[in-house]
Write a protein that binds this ligand. Structure first.
Ligand code: PXP
Length: 268
């Protein structure tokens, strides 16, 4: 992308070029940066800045392998126009997070992001609080996955690290699962929270699912999750955007990328 926005902070000339999954080794862990909270700040004034598209372009240049954005039904942060712009302008991969509603699926079919992660959504929640109740919504989720497949969009289901939910996600035909790391993030020193993610990853992989993870991850707690062999992709948002206020977005993305690479380089 040559028409770089001039409103973003300058980036060092030696910034690593964006890494694309197609030219990375099997042990490589992709970082998807969630830019929702750039839009949260913009929506506080319903104005133009800060622009989440600028943030996405900068994150790509600083080591993000993809951009994640959650179009919520109440449009509290990301807007439909943002999703269209992201699909047109980013050069990595777009992961659209959304609820499995007919409105969202129609948008995904029209825009065809590389990936859609289906998430539960409750209007009163502050953020996505738990994984999908996959076993309660088998028909709805199976139909959603089928629609996405027909549109050529990779489907991922955001679920808790629960063996029955993982088996159900595989039966539904999803391409991937994203493991909810919230319990680990709240209790990082409880070995059971990490063990649950490890076991869930092994089970998911054995059933042919790609395994992603995210929620509540930070530069300080990402290491043990990044070290889990078999996880392919992490989605990280709130902490990166929070630290960007003090450090700049380029630094905030790079430090997470570095922490992930360091964890992968070490035997777990
Ligand atoms: N993955 C999913 C499915 C999410 O809903 C969210 C939050 O929007 C994230 C990852 C990122 O979580 P956080 O903002 O806590 O890094």
């Amino acid at each position: 992308m040559s028409d770089e926005p001039d409103s973003v902070e300058p980036v060092d000339a030696n910034v690593t070029a964006p890494l694309h999954p197609s030219n990375t080794g099997s042990g490589y862990l992709r970082l998807f940066v969630n830019i929702d909270h750039v839009a949260t700040l913009r929506q506080a004034r319903r104005g133009q800045e800060p622009d989440p598209i600028d943030a996405a372009l900068l994150a790509e240049r600083c080591g993000a392998d993809g951009i994640t954005a959650h179009l919520r039904e109440d449009r509290r942060h990301i807007q439909d126009a943002d999703i269209r712009q992201l699909a047109e302008r980013i050069t990595s991969r777009l992961n659209l997070e959304c609820a499995a509603t007919s409105e969202m699926l129609a948008l995904a079919e029209a825009i065809r992001p590389q990936e859609v992660t289906l998430v539960p959504e409750r209007r009163e929640e502050v953020t996505t609080e738990g994984g999908l109740a996959v076993r309660r919504h088998v028909t709805l989720l199976a139909d959603s996955v089928t629609r996405l497949k027909r549109a050529g969009v990779r489907s991922s289901l955001f679920i808790d690290p629960d063996p029955d939910d993982i088996r159900c996600a595989a039966d539904l035909g999803a391409d991937a699962i994203e493991l909810h790391t919230g319990t680990y993030a709240h209790h990082p020193n409880d070995p059971a929270t990490l063990a649950a993610l490890r076991d869930a990853t092994d089970l998911g992989r054995s059933l042919g699912l790609a395994v992603h993870a995210g929620h509540g991850l930070t530069v300080f707690n990402v290491g043990p999750v990044a070290a889990i062999d078999g996880i392919e992709e992490l989605n990280i948002g709130h902490s990166i955007i929070s630290r960007a206020i003090f450090l700049g977005l380029a630094h905030a993305v790079r430090e997470v990328r570095d922490a992930m690479d360091l964890a992968r380089a070490r035997p777990s």
